[in-house]
Design a binder for this molecule. Structure first.
Ligand code: SR1
Ligand code: MG
Length: 416
């Protein structure tokens, strides 16, 4: 096995020119390949390589957290989990992830489709772009990957083998357990927040109900090994054009709760909503705000409908076995059970959404939706509304009946 060596713009062409799957796709002589490093995420190197015949993306994990530096080591094996998650997602939700051309485990390196002219969904939403496909595509992506990776669908032996395979992604789960569920609720060393939020942060630190709910969500995250989740499904993990949607970066994949991906994505739409004022440049972004709330409602509706369709047509695993219901002519029993499962996903996704909002404003890893608002007073106003909203949905999740109800609350908080 070759010792790990981080790629650079200078070394990449020579190193990958001997890999036929890459050389043929890029084409021409490797010395003429145009290589750019474009990674702006928290963890990895990402290069775009262009040649005579085409272009590819090369992603390489580093043995540490890029955002923090070498003082925070992080195992390279996350690339292995990302590769295996991508192949499963492509099988379960075809056409919604980039095609993988080559994987080198010892170099933690994946070569995949260069998506162009796609941009990161978070960027598009900050710019005020309304994407017509995201609700449908991401609702389907979540329903298909989350249903088909679970005991509702998979043959027991295969499902348990996958549970074992992904159970070693411990360090990335540990990041989420700390950064999402714990650090935002105490004075953790790596936390930061906009100074104008000091008073609200002080309230949160002594908010017993909120802290209890955040720990309940952490308990679910750690213990409910229900399906293969993406594990980091925020709007920075989605690339879009008006016609196409692709989900990238599943290095946090593990067996966790169905509701985790749904909650994280929804939280990021709500944060896009609450940050719109900060990007309106004198305008109001009224139509963008309405659009974002509609995307949230449509995504959930698509997810629910597709999950229900799969329940009725592809329920082949050991859970809610057909011999208990349809085989005895008891379709109503299966529908009742489906209602219970969906209800649990609904309440849990609200809880996960609440804590995801909090960690992006109070923890280490912030998002550009708020960070790009230069006026810290305006940023804090947007963030405070989001924080209050997050608290409401986390603490009251068992008593919230519909998205119409909470989106109305979001509008009231946003109007301030
Ligand atoms: C130290 S890693 C911080 C965050 O970046 C990733 O994208 C995950 O969201 C993680 O929580
Ligand atoms: Mg990522």
């Amino acid at each position: 096995e070759d010792a790990f060596q981080a790629l650079t713009v200078e070394t990449l062409a020579a190193r990958l020119s001997t890999v036929p799957a890459v050389a043929e796709r890029v084409g021409g002589v490797a010395e003429r390949w145009k290589v750019r490093e474009v990674g702006d995420g928290n963890l990895n190197l990402v290069f775009i390589v262009e040649g005579e015949a085409g272009s590819v993306v090369v992603k390489q994990a580093l043995p540490y957290v890029r955002l923090v530096g070498e003082s925070w080591p992080l195992p390279l094996k996350r690339a292995f989990f990302e590769y295996h998650a991508l192949t499963r997602q492509e099988r379960r939700a075809p056409g919604l992830v980039p095609t993988v051309y080559y994987f080198d485990e010892s170099q933690a390196l994946t070569v995949m489709e260069y998506l162009s002219p796609h941009i990161i969904l978070r960027r598009a939403l900050i710019q005020g772009q309304e994407l017509p496909r995201i609700a449908e595509d991401l609702g389907l992506f979540m329903a298909r990957t989350l249903f088909r990776g679970s005991d509702l669908h998979m043959e027991t032996r295969e499902r348990k083998a996958d549970l074992a395979l992904f159970s070693d992604n411990t360090e990335l789960c540990d990041i989420t357990e700390n950064l999402v569920f714990t650090d935002p609720y105490f004075d953790a060393p790596m936390n930061r927040h906009t100074p104008e939020l000091d008073a609200l942060v002080a309230e949160f630190r002594v908010d017993r109900d909120l802290k209890v709910e955040a720990q309940k969500m952490k308990h679910l995250f750690a213990a409910k090994a229900e399906t293969l989740v993406h594990g980091d499904l925020h709007t920075g993990s989605v690339m879009v054009t008006a016609e196409d949607t692709r989900v990238i970066d599943p290095e946090f994949a593990f067996y966790g709760p169905i509701a985790f991906d749904v909650g994280m994505l929804t939280a990021n739409y709500w944060m896009a909503f609450f940050s719109q004022k900060g990007h309106a440049a004198g305008g109001s972004r009224a139509s963008m705000r309405t659009y974002l709330l509609k995307v949230i409602e449509e995504t959930w509706a698509v997810f629910r409908a597709e999950f229900s369709r799969l329940w009725r047509t592809e329920r082949a695993g050991m859970l809610y076995h057909r011999s208990l219901y349809e085989d005895q002519g008891d379709e109503l029993g299966a529908e009742q059970a489906l209602g219970h499962v969906l209800h649990e996903i609904w309440t849990d996704m609200l809880g996960f959404a609440g804590v995801e909002i909090h960690r992006r404003i109070l923890g280490l890893a912030h998002n550009a939706d708020f960070e790009d608002i230069e006026d810290t007073g305006l940023r804090a106003t947007c963030e405070a509304a989001a924080l209050r909203f997050g608290r409401h949905i986390a603490v009251n999740r068992h008593h919230i009946a519909s998205l119409t109800e909470i989106n109305h609350l979001a509008q009231l908080l946003d109007e301030g």
